[in-house]
Design a protein around this ligand. Structure first.
Ligand SMILES: NC(=O)C1=CN([C@@H]2O[C@H](COP(=O)(O)OP(=O)(O)OC[C@H]3O[C@@H](n4cnc5c(N)ncnc54)[C@H](OP(=O)(O)O)[C@@H]3O)[C@@H](O)[C@H]2O)C=CC1
Ligand SMILES: O=C(O)[C@@H]1CCC=N1
Length: 272
């Protein structure tokens, strides 16, 4: 990595996503001395975490900072008020990496000029090295910068390159927000078990173990999700009975279609 104290990697917004990526990078051995975290109201937990790793933090970008890389991980709704304050730290060769949903390349170009910009859509499993990040680079991004960002994001999961900025909204709806759909599945499964008569804590443990175990099996196996589903489904057995509900014409697929469509629409609205 080409970060240093003189040309730091500046992380703007160490909340749920910025914090998850930071935790993932630290667990992969990133040089903490080359990091600068900018977040105006860090929680006591965040302050302790940064202190434990010897990471410098500040409420705003300190005067004189010339960033090698700026990761922008604040909410899209406050982007307009945050970007002007970052501009002095963005040199012509600073790479800007935004994980914000919605905020288009043109908003960063308006704030920083014709610097290289990569829009990224990661997800929170990055915290445990199992994220997936889709990346859209502007033409100003050099091959070495592409390689550097690919290496950085590969440290916390897999990487996909996009060919059109439009795809980011759909990626956001599938994999950016997607972990929440899976966690909801665990919640619903636990609640269904409780309603059917199991003790709530037992139902929750069963649901969590099932969702995480199924995810791990999918990760490790070469089989498709459809094959793994079929492996569970004995002819005329219990799984088939459940799947006849979930795979009915008004089952899970149309619900998922509507959910992804709603998320993508919201991403477009956030673009302003
Ligand atoms: N959460 C997720 O799973 C994903 C989120 N994203 C994107 O990541 C971005 C952040 O989302 P998320 O992490 O969920 O949100 P959070 O609110 O958890 O994180 C944003 C962080 O930015 C801080 N902040 C507020 N104002 C400033 C400022 N002026 N300068 C620096 N930091 C500031 C916030 O502090 P405070 O809390 O004190 O306001 C908070 O710590 C969004 O753009 C979102 O679209 C992308 C993919 C997945
Ligand atoms: O909910 C959001 O807007 C962000 C973007 C993707 C996941 N979280």
């Amino acid at each position: 990595m080409r970060f240093s104290r003189e040309r730091p990697f500046v992380i703007v917004g160490a909340g749920k996503m910025g914090g998850a990526m930071l935790a993932g990078w630290l667990s992969r051995g990133i040089d903490a001395a080359s990091l600068l975290v900018v977040d105006p109201n860090p929680s006591d937990d965040l302050k302790a975490f940064l202190a434990q790793h010897g990471i410098v933090h500040a409420p705003v970008v300190p005067a004189g900072t010339r960033a090698a890389l700026v990761l922008i991980a604040v909410k899209p709704q406050i982007m307009g008020s945050v970007l002007p304050g970052l501009a002095p730290a963005v040199a012509p060769d600073t790479l800007v990496l935004s994980v914000a949903a919605g905020t288009p390349v043109r908003a960063f170009e308006a704030a920083f000029g014709p610097v290289p910009i990569i829009r990224a859509m990661p997800n929170t499993p990055a915290m445990v090295g199992r994220g997936v990040t889709a990346l859209f680079p502007t033409p100003a991004v050099s091959d070495p910068d592409r390689a550097m960002v690919a290496e950085l994001l590969s440290a916390v999961g897999s990487v996909e390159w996009l060919t059109s900025e439009d795809q980011i909204d759909l990626v956001t709806a599938v994999s950016g927000s997607g972990p929440a759909y899976v966690f909801l599945m665990a919640e619903c499964l636990a609640e269904a078990g409780r309603k059917a008569g199991l003790p709530a804590d037992l139902a929750a443990r069963l649901a969590e173990a099932t969702v995480s175990g199924a995810g791990e099996l999918l990760f490790r196996s070469d089989d498709t999700p459809a094959v793994l589903r079929q492996n569970v489904t004995s002819p005329n057995g219990t799984t088939a009975a459940a799947l006849s509900v979930l795979m009915a014409p008004d089952g899970l697929q149309p619900l998922m279609d509507a959910a992804v469509s709603a998320a993508a629409q919201r991403a477009r609205e956030l673009a302003g």
